[in-house]
Design a protein around this ligand. Structure first.
Ligand SMILES: [Zn+2]
Ligand SMILES: [Zn+2]
Length: 277
């Protein structure tokens, strides 16, 4: 029956942006994320915890896994993939900064088949964690974020840019400087074939630093105008994010209303959905 077919197609749910407690700011066992995703009807779950980096200077990050936790992360996701293969398709990636010095290491994780995909989480400028882009609140700092992030997209390693409008954490309103940064980011994303993430985690924040937060309507209007493509990301730091399927399904409708093409996968060569076109 065509009505049934449409209903099934319209409720496709995938999420390739999921964290684990190794990053030090998530809750729940790895398996809890899988069980929550299955219960909520997700067909694909990609783990993409904050990547470790092989720091040469002994730097210890407070917001990503340590390099000595990496094998445990890989092993856990592979074991879950195996155990739940009949119920959900589990994938293995990381969310990583654009740190030029470690691009060779990241590229090696992809070329060796250790990881299936990389998400660009452009949170910090260099040197490591010196400036948090969520604090960008002047035209100069917005430029700094846009330029660094575009260089990351141009590296060709990342399939997706997480929360592209991160600067709205501190920007009170989406002004002409935000629009200019957004236009440059959307244009580069389209040119490089990088998907822009419609990040749903922002909907759960109780408060932002000083800004309006994300998702940001002004940004997505520009993304639509520039013809960039999107993917919906839960950015789940808590298994409960999978439960709230109304938020996910509404995001699909909102992007469709803007005429933005929505991909269902971050895997190489995977087909994009035509649902939202
Ligand atoms: Zn995080
Ligand atoms: Zn994330």
């Amino acid at each position: 029956m065509s009505g049934k077919t449409f209903k099934e197609a319209s409720t496709i749910r995938t999420n390739f942006h999921s964290h684990t407690t190794r990053c030090q700011h998530a809750t729940g066992a790895d398996e809890d994320y899988v069980l929550a995703a299955i219960a909520a009807g997700y067909s694909h779950l990609g783990f993409s915890d904050h990547s470790p980096f092989p720091y040469e200077d002994g730097f210890v990050s407070g917001m990503r896994m340590r390099i000595d936790q990496y094998q445990d992360y890989l092993g856990s996701v592979r074991e879950l993939r195996e155990r739940y293969q009949d119920q959900i398709s589990i994938h293995l990636g990381v969310e990583a900064e654009y740190y030029e010095r470690y691009q060779g290491w990241l590229a090696g994780q992809l070329s060796s088949g250790t990881l299936e995909y990389l998400i660009l989480g452009s949170h910090y400028d260099l040197p490591e964690e010196s400036f948090y882009f969520g604090e960008a609140n002047t035209p100069a700092l917005l430029r700094r974020y846009a330029e660094h992030t575009i260089r990351g997209m141009e590296s060709g390693l990342y399939r997706c840019l997480a929360h592209p409008e991160l600067f709205m954490i501190s920007m009170e309103r989406f002004d002409e400087n935000c629009a200019a940064a957004s236009r440059d980011i959307c244009r580069a994303a389209k040119e490089q074939g990088v998907l822009l993430e419609y990040n749903l985690s922002g909907l759960y924040y109780q408060s932002w630093r000083a800004g309006a937060g994300y998702p940001t309507p002004g940004f997505w209007q520009i993304a639509a105008r520039e013809g960039a493509s999107a993917i919906i990301g839960l950015d789940a730091h808590n298994p409960a994010r999978y439960v709230d399927t109304r938020v996910y399904d509404q995001a699909r409708k909102d992007l469709a209303a803007l005429g933005i093409r929505v991909a269902d996968s971050l895997l190489p060569c995977a087909g994009d959905s035509d649902l939202a076109v």
